[in-house]
Design a protein around this ligand. Structure first.
Ligand code: UDP
Length: 352
């Protein structure tokens, strides 16, 4: 299995959010010392409580701090105090519609916040950065670009995607400046496709307010908390007329981060798609949710949602070939089952 990876001290921003909380838990599970940072604008104190409780039985350690990524001085202090080796940066606003309505807020938080965090890292001498980017940076690639590889031109079509794309550009420029100044800096930007599922042991899970994602919405209908699923268009140019997306399990996504972290060398500048490499349609997702829950899950067809391309799925060869990543959750029903188990164990999500 090669040489074991030494434990590291990792700052996880957005650690109380959906993906960040899974990163904290998995890192603690694999023996690392984790500091979870969140301002609780979107994250849940309950997620930190759950991780802290789980950490007592796990090989690594967990500490949480309430702070904003925009507070350069405060973040530099946290980085120094905990002698952090690497930052995994998940803290971000992530509603496309909201980003169209409040672009300044998205650029300020997602782009400005990341810059402030990078400045804090410079202040504290932290040289490694793993960034939560998105396939939304590709915009609406033409059919000839599917599956999407990393060299697909990036042309975001909303402020959310653009706010993340800008961070990637900042990272390349910053890495180049560090290289010229002989200062080590390395980053990896992981471009996620659709992320789904929860910790299989139901210690933490997905709790977005409001919820806009397909799988949790189907499950909320199954749980009787919504009346029906509205399918946003069934007249797309796909086999069953509904949109196709690439749903990667959140635990596999985090394992991708850990694989990259373990191999991130000074000067590295990686961009990496994380997805399964094929997609499922909205109808297929709905059927999987029906099969897992045993519930009818009524549906109706509503108009297309603005900015939804018919097909988005990844060519994820780069992270597979270069970092040895391979997803464990390859069956949609297995992914949905973890989300359903968490929802059943926590019918009102986090209690906060
Ligand atoms: N979708 C839908 N009804 C919903 C939510 C989503 O038909 O209530 C569709 C959406 O149009 C897209 C797919 O499900 O084709 C995945 O949407 P989601 O918001 O989960 O992720 P996105 O692909 O937008 O990041």
């Amino acid at each position: 299995m090669g040489t074991p990876n030494p434990p590291q001290r990792i700052l996880v921003t957005g650690g109380a959010g959906y993906i960040g909380s899974h990163a904290c838990l998995r890192l603690v599970e694999t023996g690392h010392s984790v500091v979870g940072l969140d301002d609780f604008s979107r994250g849940h104190p309950g997620a930190f409580r759950a991780i802290a409780a789980a950490a007592e039985e796990l090989p690594g350690s967990f500490t949480s701090v309430e702070a904003s990524i925009g507070d350069r001085r405060g973040c530099a202090e946290i980085l120094r105090e905990h002698d952090i080796d690497l930052v995994m940066h998940f803290a971000a606003l992530a509603y496309v519609g909201e980003s169209v309505e409040q672009p300044l807020r998205y650029y300020d938080n997602n782009t400005g916040g990341a810059i402030s965090l990078l400045e804090a890292m410079m202040d504290a001498g932290v040289e490694r950065f793993v960034f939560s980017s998105t396939c939304a940076t590709y915009g609406e690639p033409g059919a000839d670009r599917i599956p999407i590889a990393e060299d697909c031109p990036q042309a975001p079509i909303n402020p959310y995607g653009n706010s993340k794309f800008m961070v990637e550009q900042v990272l390349f420029d910053h890495a180049e400046a560090c290289r010229l100044a002989d200062k080590p800096f390395a980053f990896a930007a992981l471009r996620y496709f659709n992320v789904a599922g929860s910790d299989p042991k139901t210690r933490i899970g997905e709790d977005h307010r409001p919820e806009t994602h397909l799988i949790p919405i189907c499950l909320e209908v199954a749980a009787g908390r919504r009346e029906r699923l509205m399918i946003f268009g069934d007249d797309y140019d796909t086999e069953d007329g509904t949109c196709i997306r690439d749903y990667v399990h959140v635990c596999d996504l985090i394992d991708a981060h850990i694989a990259v972290m373990n191999q991130l060398a000074p000067g590295d500048t990686h961009t990496l798609n994380v997805g399964l490499g094929h997609g499922w349609s909205v109808h297929q997702v709905l059927e999987a949710c029906r099969a897992v829950t045993g519930k009818a899950i009524p549906e109706s067809i509503s108009p297309r949602r603005a900015g939804d391309p018919p097909k988005l799925y990844a060519n994820s060869s780069r992270i597979r070939d270069d970092f040895g990543w391979s997803p464990q959750f390859t069956e949609l029903e297995a992914t949905v089952a973890t989300a359903w188990a968490w929802m059943q164990a926590n019918p009102s999500g986090y209690a906060d």
